[in-house]
Design a protein. Structure first.
Lengths: 178, 79
């Protein structure tokens, strides 16, 4: 995708949404919370004829666990769903945050980037093709959970090379007065 | 059945609904903030929030939360 911000001459090159693995933990929490609730409800029924207090305790525990994990899972899911990374011809923009508690907007000018690394470890990251892109050996904020990091890395590198070529042409064309 | 009508359960249900309301409100604010941010302004057509996936997750969240409140009485009547 490419669109141009006519006012500043900035062109958007690539919009990146984080890999779907960011939803793995929330999905697990949702399933676990309802599973625990079902287990506690079953235990409550089993204890009903044996000990009424234990039965009520099991039921309350199930409800509290469901309340905590269910809402925490969706909180994390909604917080992750608004995370974006945008590559333009001038900078990298990244927005991360969580509902109500944190908002983090990172603006990295491309001219500040001296090195790029792809950090991908573990079988899962290789199989699902995602990883982190590290900038200036972590001196600048890194970009986590990037899908197809090789392609994104290539795109950033090609843009950096274009910038260097344009800078070289502009300095070669300028004349130094004697 | 007494538990289901007890202050405990009613209190948990009310807390659950309040938390759900806060999260959905926070989500709407986050979407609005994103759409007004530099990323949202530059990608207005390609990435306007909330997306269909976010809307689906929100609907699922509401349905599951309501199920959490009404499931125990239904289970109690069935069993």
């Amino acid at each position: 995708m490419s669109s141009e911000n006519a006012g500043s001459g900035e062109t958007t090159l690539l919009l990146i949404k984080e890999h779907w693995m960011q939803y793995a933990m929330p999905a697990f929490l949702i399933v676990a919370s309802w599973g625990l609730f079902a287990l506690c409800t079953a235990l409550s029924r089993a204890f009903m004829s044996w000990n009424h207090t234990a039965s009520v305790a099991a039921l309350i525990t199930g409800h509290v666990l469901l309340l905590l994990f269910h809402h925490a899972a969706f909180y994390r899911l909604f917080s992750s769903s608004t995370t974006r990374v945008l590559l333009t011809n001038k900078r990298i923009l990244s927005s991360q945050g969580s509902l109500w508690l944190r908002e983090n907007v990172i603006d990295i000018p491309l001219w500040k980037i001296r090195s790029l690394e792809i950090d991908r470890h573990g079988l899962l990251q290789h199989l699902l093709d995602y990883g982190a892109i590290l900038l200036n050996r972590r001196e600048l904020p890194s970009l986590p959970l990037i899908p197809h990091p090789q392609a994104v890395h290539s795109r950033i590198v090609s843009q950096l090379q274009e910038m260097q070529t344009a800078f070289g042409n502009s300095t070669a064309g300028s004349t130094i007065p004697k | 059945m007494q538990f289901l009508l007890s202050p405990w359960f009613i209190g948990l249900s009310v807390v659950s609904l309040v938390v759900m309301g806060l999260e959905l409100w926070g989500l709407l604010r986050a979407c609005k903030r994103h759409n007004n941010s530099p990323i949202g302004q530059m990608c207005a057509k390609a990435d306007c929030l909330p997306t269909a996936g976010i809307a689906f997750a929100a609907v699922l969240y509401v349905l599951l939360t309501i199920a959490y409140i009404f499931l125990p009485p239904i289970l109690h009547n069935v069993f």
